[in-house]
Design a protein around this ligand. Structure first.
Ligand code: BGC
Length: 779
């Protein structure tokens, strides 16, 4: 039954189709004669990116000043649901005050591999944690009467070739790893919109994937909102409509609206599908349009304070030998490193916020009671040797009792559209570290960067703090932690491997041409390291505090787990308690442990609190594709309570009744059964996939079509090569002249399908021109 039957009945076919795509870059179309208003959608996710002037989805043109909160990868380290709710609430308020009805976030793709260029925008390698935290963000945003837009549904695991790559993933991993976060968000926080991803999933574009949209999202999970494409993510408009894609963004100058009209006139599309889509869209528009709502007043200073607080809760203390931190008043301290003065606080791309205010650690340290002996830049931010800077920093370090050394990833390393090449910190910064540890034994490294890093110096320095990308208030928050004004309480929401080569998808990531094979299956992140016993630098859930905690009196009553937690140290602090489930003697292959509960508990010195965590049957289940449902395997399960996946303080075994599975039996999967997933034979992967693997290569003999990428032109005739090379020339040129961010943007163009060219250029290069070019290239 449609909610807006009467209104829809008064619309012409053309009017209905016209609503299915944007008016411009950020707004939907209005139909004035029927009183249908236009609404604005804009980024997201860790602040508001509302562009007043020229629009783009790459973060190229400036947006209005707004509060830049820590990015999702950072906030996830807080494990603090109410904090994330509050941050969502603030961002939503800023959006509403600027008349934005749909905020494009949170991003909740799973961190399959630490190289993904957008990991800084995502929460975790763990789907449970992702879903719990993203749900709070959605609730917070929507508490302002606007819509959040969880993205990118689904399996958007890599940036390389993101608009065409086919993510090949087996059903169990799809459900247990890649969809669980979205499922939680839909069921727990009722988002009014969801953004489909650019990529294909098992052969079909996510935006046209009826299985993902119709069967799972709408039928199974009960979503009743609107699916919006990622910007330019429409491929076949009519196929998208059949898969519940009600809104295509941005504008296509009416081209794809006509396709819908034609399909109905030709009888290939049932008009009732369009009517349903219009009905969904109208429900959204009438719910969130702001034309007649009171504008909200934003207190930006208050929001800045919240951004500082969010950073304080999220920063992770990784090492604190001999309690070098916090620093005592009067200590002679050298501050080294460009990031101390010019913080690295967010990533590049569509999430780029224009911060309303920006704090740096150096200012705060200089204003403190420390005796700052000086500051030295130490290295060139964007790479390149400078012996002068190293010498300066090293000689300053000699005169200090403690060196605070700020290093990390530069802006060009973590950006939308480009995956990282490695997990390394730039060579010139590592050289600086080596030089400084020669002259000073008390070095504390302060890291910036949106994800996991290789830390070859970890054993040689006394302290390490990871600030991630901590937003506009990060500088202040870091100083507070160094000075002990705040007790660090963040814990890693992803594993830090020792070396990139330890990562389970190391040999498969990223998919280079046609497909990306998720051969590691469900063994991503800690699910792999724990099961295959691979040593890591820092485990999942790890982080230190300036106080100590004791766990006692574990009681398990069916699904209720409770225990006492005591702060046994001298200062107030918060512990993130974690609940893991480990099945003993499972018949099927599975990860050794899985996170199924957590809480962040604040305690004064000497204080004890009783903590209660609740489990559900689902927490013990695996996904069985044969019955298309979740099942519990009969047997014994250890319930473990810890302060990281590797520090388990208490455990108890419970018995669960269920089934004796006849699928995923260990003996039938020699590699998966022991999580030896780095070189899975095709045959074993095909067995869990249930079909033959498609070719992972492009077929260079096949003519290029509208859905192929510009990248592929290099494998065709000389015209194709010339076309490709002339675009790549700009990449090398910008790199050479020291503009790596602009150079990165060339990858957007290279990875773009030909179908996008006319829309991307606003029709300046017409579809006809593109067809002609393709004919030449294919000749
Ligand atoms: C990104 C989305 C973003 C959109 C609009 C796309 O390139 O993938 O996350 O919301 O642009 O800027």
């Amino acid at each position: 039954m449609m909610k807006h039957q009467d209104l829809i009945g008064r619309m012409t076919l053309e009017e209905k189709a016209s609503l299915m795509s944007g008016q411009n870059f950020w707004n939907t179309k209005a139909i004035e004669r029927l009183g249908i208003p236009s609404i604005m959608l804009t980024d997201g996710p860790h602040g508001l990116r509302k562009q007043g002037g020229r629009a783009d989805h790459l973060g190229l043109n400036k947006s209005l000043p707004a509060t830049c909160y820590p990015t999702a990868a950072t906030l996830a380290n807080s494990w603090d649901k109410s904090l994330i709710y509050d941050v969502g609430k603030d961002i939503g308020k800023e959006a509403r005050s600027e008349k934005v009805s749909v905020l494009l976030g949170p991003g909740l793709n799973i961190k399959r591999n630490p190289l993904c260029g957008r990991n800084f925008e995502y929460f975790s390698e763990d789907p449970y944690l992702t879903g719990e935290l993203a749900s709070e963000m959605v609730k917070g945003i929507q508490s302002n009467g606007i819509s959040a837009c969880p993205k990118h549904y689904a399996v958007n695991s890599q940036e390389h070739m993101r608009m065409t790559i086919d993510e090949i993933v087996d059903e169990r991993s799809l459900r247990e790893i890649y969809l669980t976060g979205f499922e939680k968000v839909v069921k727990e926080s009722n988002p009014y919109t969801i953004m489909s991803s650019y990529n294909k999933v098992n052969g079909e574009f996510a935006n046209e994937n009826q299985y993902l949209a119709n069967d799972i999202l709408y039928s199974e999970w009960g979503f009743d909102g609107v699916v919006v494409t990622d910007w330019g993510g429409n491929n076949d408009r009519v196929a998208g409509l059949r898969a519940h894609n009600q809104l295509e963004m941005p504008s296509t100058n009416g081209i794809t609206d006509k396709e819908i009209v034609n399909a109905i006139n030709e009888g290939t599309l049932d008009e009732s599908i369009l009517n349903q889509a219009v009905d969904h869209l109208l429900s959204l528009i009438f719910k969130v349009h702001l034309d007649d709502k009171e504008p909200l007043q934003v207190d930006y200073n208050q929001h800045h304070n919240k951004a500082v607080e969010a950073a304080r809760q999220s920063i992770v203390l990784l090492k604190n030998e001999s309690n070098i931190l916090p620093l005592k008043d009067g200590k002679r301290v050298a501050v080294i490193g460009d990031f101390a003065k010019n913080p690295r606080y967010q990533g590049a791309g569509s999430s780029l916020i224009n911060p309303y205010k920006l704090s740096n650690s150096l200012d705060y340290l200089q204003g403190s009671k420390l005796n700052i002996v000086g500051y030295a830049q130490g290295y060139k931010r964007m790479g390149g040797k400078s012996s002068k800077l190293v010498q300066e920093a090293t000689s300053l370090s000699k005169s200090a009792e403690v060196v605070l050394l700020f290093i990390g990833l530069d802006e060009s390393t973590e950006a939308e559209g480009v995956d990282r090449n490695d997990l390394k910190i730039a060579h010139n910064q590592l050289e600086l570290v080596e030089s400084i540890i020669q002259v000073n034994d008390n070095v504390v490294v302060v890291l910036s960067g949106g994800g996991a890093l290789e830390l070859p110096f970890a054993d040689k320095v006394k302290g390490i703090i990871h600030t991630y990308l901590s937003g506009q208030g990060g500088g202040e928050a870091v100083a507070d932690i160094l000075l002990g004004n705040c007790n660090p309480s963040g814990k890693l929401s992803e594993t830090f491997p020792l070396h990139y080569s330890d990562v389970p998808s190391y040999s498969y990531y990223p998919g280079q041409q046609a497909t990306s094979e998720h051969k590691e299956g469900l063994f991503i992140g800690y699910r792999y390291y724990e099961t295959a016993n691979v040593p890591v630098r820092y485990p999942f859930g790890y982080g230190l505090s300036y106080t100590t905690f004791e766990f006692s009196n574990l009681m398990i009553d069916k699904f209720t787990v409770s225990f006492d937690l005591t702060n046994t140290g001298e200062v107030a602090g918060a512990e993130i308690v974690q609940l893991y489930i480990e099945m003993l003697d499972s018949r099927i292959f599975r990860a050794r442990k899985e996170l199924k509960g957590f809480d962040k508990v604040y305690l004064d010195p000497g204080e004890t609190k009783r903590v209660t965590l609740t489990l559900t049957k689902r927490d013990f289940s695996f996904f069985n594709p044969v019955i298309n449902d979740w099942e519990v395997e009969s047997g014994n399960y250890k319930i473990q309570i810890g302060s990281s996946i590797q520090e388990i303080h208490m455990e108890e075994t419970v018995q669960m009744d269920g089934v004796s599975p006849s699928i995923f039996i260990k003996s039938e999967f020699p590699h998966y059964s022991i999580a030896d997933v780095k070189q899975i034979p095709d045959s074993e992967f095909e067995k869990i996939l249930g079909r033959r693997l498609p070719s992972k290569h492009w077929d260079s003999n096949k003519d290029l079509g509208m859905n192929d990428t510009i990248n592929q032109a290099q494998y065709k005739n000389w015209i194709g090569k010339l076309f490709y090379n002339s675009i790549m020339f700009f990449h090398f040129f910008f790199k050479k002249i020291g503009r790596p961010l602009t150079a990165n943007n060339v990858y957007f163009i290279i990875n773009m399908p030909f179908r996008q060219v006319d829309r991307f250029t606003g029709g300046k290069v017409s579809k006809k021109n593109v067809e002609t070019l393709l004919r030449w290239i294919n000749r």
